[in-house]
Design a protein around this ligand. Structure first.
Ligand SMILES: Nc1ncnc2c1ncn2[C@@H]1O[C@H](COP(=O)(O)OP(=O)(O)O)[C@@H](O)[C@H]1O
Ligand SMILES: [Mg+2]
Length: 289
């Protein structure tokens, strides 16, 4: 069973002539354990999709089921409870409370749930250790690097033990070291059995994903399964303009390699002849000019 199932989900903002279609009949199924990167230009509907999947927003049309439950049938307070227990959110801007320590920030969702101080402090402390920041428990957000702040936000998202993690541009405000820190952490969380969706503009980060979904104008225009450790083919082609190789290209590659390997007399003499011919031609050219 899919953990997430969207059937022709649309989201419209405004009415009549001024209506803006943020999502246009999107159908998407995500299985448990997938690590999905969502890419696409600004305004293509990525955040709208994340917010609907994360129960922060409702579709205007279409059907959405999470863990087999139709979201439309949940009352608002049921949806809020379901969200709290099942989904962890991570945002580009970290959204940490500046007057609370790292430990207090991480413990906050447990406080909302009504858990006592001792228990929630212990649980938050364990979670900070899990993200490698046990030595920063009493630091305030402004005393930490961007990458560390985002790791604290991740610890806060994980403290309720959600099955699904939704991260909307989690590395959008981070340098490459911070991005790597955050992605390695998400990777570990994925290996521990969680389902993760993240929005990114950085093709390099598709290396972490098992699947890449591309959006444009409120639609999914491409959906690609990828190997962990490899940049998705579509972004590679689009962003780096690397042409797709054919069998002929691959064979040409092999023969070029053979020529470069010394030892095969036949290949070598053929190459030497060619080189000599080239040299004589260029000499002749130079002579005539
Ligand atoms: N609250 C809103 N009110 C009106 N329009 C919105 C609102 N949120 C998003 N939109 C519009 O919906 C479209 C998709 O936005 P969004 O999902 O934020 O895109 P992305 O995250 O890919 O940049 C955009 O045209 C945006 O202007
Ligand atoms: Mg967005």
């Amino acid at each position: 069973m899919s953990i997430i199932e969207l059937e022709e989900v649309s989201k419209l903002y405004g009415f009549g002539d001024a209506a803006n279609v943020a999502l246009d009949e999107v159908s998407l199924a995500i299985e448990e354990g997938e690590f999905v990167a969502v890419m696409g230009p600004s305004g293509s509907g990525k955040s709208t999709l994340m917010n609907i999947i994360g129960l922060l927003d409702r579709p205007s049309h279409g059907k959405y089921s999470i863990n087999g439950r139709a979201v439309a049938k949940l009352r608002p307070n049921q949806a809020a409870k379901y969200r709290r227990d099942t989904i962890g959110f991570i945002f580009q801007s970290f959204n940490l409370l500046p007057k609370l320590t790292a430990l207090e920030n991480v413990a906050l969702p447990l406080a909302y749930k009504g858990m006592g101080l001792t228990r929630r402090t212990r649980q938050a402390s364990d979670m900070l250790a899990r993200v490698g920041l046990q030595h920063r428990e009493y630091y305030y957000p402004w005393q930490l690097s961007g990458g560390q702040r985002q790791c604290i936000a991740i610890a806060r998202a994980l403290v309720n033990n959600p099955k699904l993690i939704i991260a909307d541009e989690p590395t959008g405000n981070l340098d490459s070291a911070g991005s790597r820190l955050v992605m390695e952490l998400l990777s570990e969380i994925h290996k521990a059995g969680n389902t993760i969706l993240f929005v990114t503009h950085n093709p390099e980060l598709t290396r972490y994903a098992t699947r890449v979904v591309y959006m444009h104008d409120g639609s999914i225009v491409q959906d690609e399964k990828t190997k962990i450790g490899e940049v998705a083919k579509t972004v590679k082609r689009a962003m780096y303009n690397v042409p797709q190789t054919t069998v002929e290209d691959d064979l040409a590659g092999v023969s070029a390699l053979m020529k470069a390997v010394p030892g095969s007399d036949e290949v070598q003499s053929a190459t030497t002849k060619k080189t000599r011919k080239k040299q004589t031609t260029s000499r002749r050219k130079r002579g005539s000019s």
